[in-house]
Design a binder for this molecule. Sequence first.
Ligand SMILES: [Zn+2]
Length: 236
Amino acid sequence: MTAGAHGRRDRSGDEDLGGRLNQLRAGVLGANDGIVSTAGIVIGMAAATTRVPVILAAGLAGLAAGALSMASGEYVSVSTQRDTERALLEAEREQLARDPDAALDELTHEYVGKGLSESLARQVATELSAGDALAAHADAELHLDPDELTNPWQAAFASIVSFTIGGMLPLLAIILCPVEVRIPVTFGAVVLALVLTGWVSARLGHAPPGRATVRTVIGGALAMVTTYVLGRAFNV
Ligand SMILES: [Zn+2]
């Protein structure tokens, strides 16, 4: 998952939908990582040996290591982001307690910046502050919902799941195929899967999908060709 997918949301339905699409896109990118790294390992191994248990052991070890590495990276990144968000919320809470008038001026200024007139902005800020003042400041100034900070465990678990789903594809392709066609079939299955992940993640990110798909496929193909050449070098 990408760090940009977390933490930023609003109470409106559109923003919630945007958040879910971001999470979906992060999942597709995680699957993409799982596909490419596992494909590289099993194709490299299949180039070096025809023994299925050896290929399977290497593929599973690579899949587990990759999924856990991605999950711990995600855990650290989301935890750090959540610490930052909590510190910012704490600063807002302190300011509200210490100097509510200055806080109200600040919130008014935010709404003037968004295009409201001075008097309407003051009225909006005053009414919002009469309710949950901290939530109003967090929303307008930090684009955060204090009750909806991203959970690092959830992010880590999501990376494990998406990476594993992606990695299973080349692993199954290589161990289920007969030895003569093992490498080309796996290569082809991975290219097709990368066309799908490249296309879907570009569409979810509102990018033109053609170029993104070509880049994704070229990246994966380079990884597989590289490990194939390395594996051949050890084939005796
Ligand atoms: Zn404030």
